[in-house]
Design a protein around this ligand. Sequence first.
Ligand code: ADP
Length: 554
Amino acid sequence: MKLLDEDQTQLIKEIEELRLQLQEANETIHAIRTGQIDALVVSTEAGPQLYTLKSADHTYRIFIEKMKEGAVTLNQDEIILYSNSQFASMVDLPLSEVIGIPFGRFIPEGCKADFKKLMKSGWTADSKGEILLKNNKDRIIPILLSFTSLELDEGTSLSVILTDLSAQKEAENQLKTKNEQLEEARESIAKMNEELEDMVKERTKDLLMSREYFRYLADNLPVIIWTADTTGKLDYVNRRWHEYTGFDLEHSKTKQSELVHPDDLESSSTAWRLALKCKQKYEQEFRFKRNSDGAYRWHYAQAIPFKDEQGNITAWIGTSIDIDDQKKQLERKDEFIGVASHELKTPLTSLKGYLQLMELQEDLPDPVRSYILKANSSLIKLQRLVDQLLDVSRIKAGKLEFSKQIFDLSALVTQCVENSTIMYPFFTIKKELQENLMVMGNEERIEQVFMNLINNAVKYSPDNRNIVIRSESHGRWAMVSVTDFGVGMSEQDQKFVFERFYRVNGHDHLTPGLGMGLYIASEIIREHKGAIKVKSRLNEGSVFSFFLPLVKEY
Ligand code: ADP
């Protein structure tokens, strides 16, 4: 028991000594850090050793403490004799634990060889080198080490300044990434440029080829072909143009008007100006001068605008076809129709007279009377046809003239509807008429127009037997319309139905005809400064309407 007490007393004494030593060490470190002392005693195996800094200057220490860099002093065994607090926080240890431990502890395994080399050169001369540092929490930090050997009283030491390169390395990495991205972008731009160049080359080649091809084609076609720029100025004429007119491109540019017949010059140039302004297709017939004999021959000219993807006109391409022979042939035909229908009129009139005389005969046998009736009805049809032919040739000759006077259109319509009800007893004709529509015109001719519309409504309605007649005022216009629910016609046919001799394909089986009625009707209405229109749907029916200017005073 006594022995135990002695041991315990001994232990307490030793602990007390150790505590005093620790306190002393802490005070020493504090004194060094704050610059209060210039020397340090370290216990080594060979006994306690005293280390003093050669120029232990107070200002220096403060300065070293305030630096951003870590600073340590190592002895020749690479034991840390001195460390500033920055180094302690770099390695993530309390300052008190950093002093006295080997510096190599903070060097990762893979960098030991490099570190050894650096240290070796550091002992001999001021040197620098980059290395990785591993802190207490195994975080790897890139570091720049700067070595300077110091001659201290107790021998040579090595002062090491450690600059944390993390931020710099990060910046370098970022820069590297940015540079790589930049390089990538540059490469892809270069590639795109190359592709673009290839494309341009290809397009240029295509363009040249298509231009060559166009010229080849244009020069070898038996048609006059030309192109013009966006302002309408000629920039190409084909071989046929050159052969026909005798003008080359330069000559044509300035003297083009000399090629058109003086009587057609105004209408053709107005139409061309209008096409340019409205960016619409140009279409015109005019007489074009032939160089070989100076003859003005009729041509049908067309020009269409070329548009880019945005719809802007880039050029005009025009053609001109010699239609002189066809036109003359048509004129001869018209002349023949005119003469023939005129010549037919006299015998028809006398035929009609003889039939009337026969009708007056009493005690005619019944079959003969019925033959006379049939002959009369055929004669009426024939007369109508001859009248239409005469009208057509009059229109062509510009001689469709008639006297005009003011009359009530609604009264005329009412009368015609009444007649039609008698003529077509199987049809239901509904009237929606506005009274008192005073117009100026030729009553007979307007009746001809209206009856033609009713006759057509009957002819082209094989199944539905309803017809609606309307008349009303529309602003300054009097309007009359005939609606049927018959075969109707396509939009395409509606465009041509008022043209001479036009018949809708497939209507022949319904009724024979020559396609003159609507042409004559439209010319009569045109002569009255009115308009005629059609609205139709295939298999649903049609609405034909005409408009005449109302006479205001009434
Ligand atoms: P046609 O003597 O041939 O009837 P028109 O000039 O009167 O001559 O008419 C021209 C063509 O228009 C006709 O052949 C016919 O095909 C078409 N047409 C005219 N009216 C109608 C209508 N109401 N319904 C359908 N087609 C019509």
